[in-house]
Ligand binder design. Structure first.
Ligand code: ADP
Ligand code: MG
Ligand code: ZN
Length: 501
């Protein structure tokens, strides 16, 4: 990796204004591919889910997936777009081995949806991101370069190709240039992708899991001197695949562009790769212009002409939108806007909501997901939703705490056990022997033993130094391996020593 000169973020902002463009690809969750009947289920043997159409064999003919079109219209409507009355697919021609037809079936100047917007929230303020278009296309296959040190094609001895992904429907959502975000541009980028992901999930058209590549973002960025009209030359950081990385990529590019421009250099229009390890970007390829792709209308597919009745029917069926839902949940859960923002940023809304639906009190559900579990996800560098524990399991832990068979400390150990793959909460409690000692007889014995072993402390307490009881409580908790209810232990100690609590 080449070392890149950067200027500080503050210095960059003092001299320049950032302009951004975000292109988000969403893999739709349709059962079959966009133009053939092949399955889209993940995890199959390489090339098991292919047919003459998605392999681009001569004589095969594509047919449009109606659910794919429906999903595209829903996304367009939710983004406040106009929906085309008539539009076509186009061939985007380029040669790459992971694309067996040597063209990608996409849309060019006739997208299914255009001219919309999405309002996003940054630090309590609404920022409107304008949408240029949302269009339908298909995914490529996957190449694996074997034999090299880096997994890149350079130095590889051979490459393997898997076409299972070729032809899976994608919706590409492109923003108009985002201006006016100023120093908050990286946060706006993150907030936009977050809001878009929530929207896609709410529509039920994709799970939009970024860590699985179901949603990925290209971050276009340029700088212009304050007061300048003309946009600067942009770089395009490709396939950024986490919310945090979107923000980091934008921030890094701002600092890099400022360094290049400030040093009298020029930015070349190119794609760049983002590196998770240090948040840097490195050059990819010099970008083709649109004309290099020799786009032309796809002759094998009929135009898409959604009737106005259908569009209105889909509009009427749109679910509650995420921002509206968040306001409702925020009130139900009794939390502040700021707290809700943290829940959103942590990707925890659905998890907490499902935990509550499974019977847990709102404050408990939020406490576990935003505390213990958020910490774990952070430590492991993964998303909350990817942790091997379910809302139902957390709800069960909450129920065990409520009925008194677990205290918080034990509950934490149960969660740890579930995460370690030891089974359901009840199984972990059983296997690890984690139950509050609520048997009064056993507790009484433990208290008697603690008093006998700490006679001096016991005397102090008898003499009225109630604060010293903490030491005895500690001794009992230790003897019971933390499995006693500390409040009850304290009561018992004071009772036995004949003092008022
Ligand atoms: P391409 O397919 O070559 O990436 P698109 O027009 O599809 O081009 O997407 C470019 C994205 O970058 C859009 O979101 C657009 O608004 C944005 N954009 C265009 N010009 C600039 C610029 N000078 N600086 C920053 N963003 C830009
Ligand atoms: Mg692009
Ligand atoms: Zn196929």
């Amino acid at each position: 990796m080449t070392v890149t000169e950067l200027v500080s973020y503050e210095d960059a902002m003092a001299a320049y204004e950032p302009v951004m463009g975000l292109e988000v690809h969403v893999e739709l969750g349709t059962k079959t591919k966009m133009f053939c009947g092949c399955s889209t289920t993940l995890g199959a043997e390489p090339n098991a889910q292919t047919c003459p159409t998605c392999l681009g064999l001569p004589g095969s003919l594509p047919v449009v997936n109606a659910t794919g079109v429906e999903s595209a219209i829903k996304i367009g409507l939710a983004l406040n777009c106009e929906i085309a009355e008539w539009c076509r697919f186009a061939r985007k021609n380029y040669f790459y081995p992971d694309m067996p037809k040597n063209f990608q079936t996409s849309q060019y100047d006739e997208p299914i949806a255009f001219n919309g917007y999405l309002d996003v929230e940054v630090e309590g303020e609404i920022f409107r991101v304008e949408i240029e278009r949302a269009h339908m296309e298909e995914d490529t296959g996957k190449s694996t370069h074997v034999g090299g040190a880096t997994g890149r094609i350079q130095g590889a001895s051979h490459s393997l190709l898997d076409y299972n992904r070729a032809g899976i429907p994608l919706i590409e959502i492109v923003t108009k240039p985002i201006v006016g975000a100023g120093e908050k541009a990286p946060e706006v980028a993150k907030a936009y992708v977050t809001e878009l992901r929530e929207l896609i999930k709410a529509l039920g058209v994709s799970e939009a899991r970024m860590e699985m590549g179901q949603m990925r973002c290209d971050v276009n960025l340029s700088l212009r001197p304050h007061g300048a009209e003309k946009f600067g030359t942009r770089s395009e950081t490709k396939n950024v695949n986490s919310l945090r990385s979107v923000e980091r990529a934008a921030r890094f590019e701002i600092q890099r562009h400022a360094a290049v421009l400030g040093g009298g250099g020029t930015i070349i229009q190119e794609t760049r790769h983002f590196h998770e390890e240090d948040g840097s970007t490195t050059p990819g390829r010099v970008k083709e212009e649109a004309e290099d792709y020799r786009y032309f209308p796809e002759p094998d597919l009929v135009p898409v002409a959604p009737s106005r009745e259908w569009v209105e029917e889909l509009r009427a069926g749109l679910p509650e939108l995420p921002r509206v839902r968040r306001t409702r949940l925020r009130e139900d859960w009794g939390i502040s806007e700021h707290e809700m923002q943290s829940v959103l940023n942590a990707g925890a809304i659905d998890l907490i909501s499902a935990t509550i639906d499974a019977g847990a009190p709102a404050d408990q559900a939020r406490k576990w997901w935003m505390g213990e579990l958020a910490r774990r996800a952070n430590e492991e560098g993964t998303e909350l939703a990817a942790l091997p524990i379910t809302p139902e399991q957390i709800a069960r832990v909450c129920a065990l705490v409520k009925e008194g068979s677990l205290n918080d400390k034990l509950a934490r150990q149960v969660i740890e056990g579930v995460l370690a793959g030891e089974g359901d909460p009840d199984t972990v409690v059983e296997k690890r022997g984690l139950k509050v000692v609520s048997d009064e007889g056993a507790l009484g014995t433990a208290v008697d033993e603690a008093i006998a072993a700490n006679a001096a402390i016991a005397d102090k307490i008898r003499g009225g130094k109630v604060a010293a009881a903490g030491a005895l409580v500690g001794a009992v908790m230790k003897a019971t391996r933390g499995q006693a209810d500390a409040a009850r232990v304290r009561e018992l100690i004071l009772e036995k020593l004949g003092v008022e609590g």
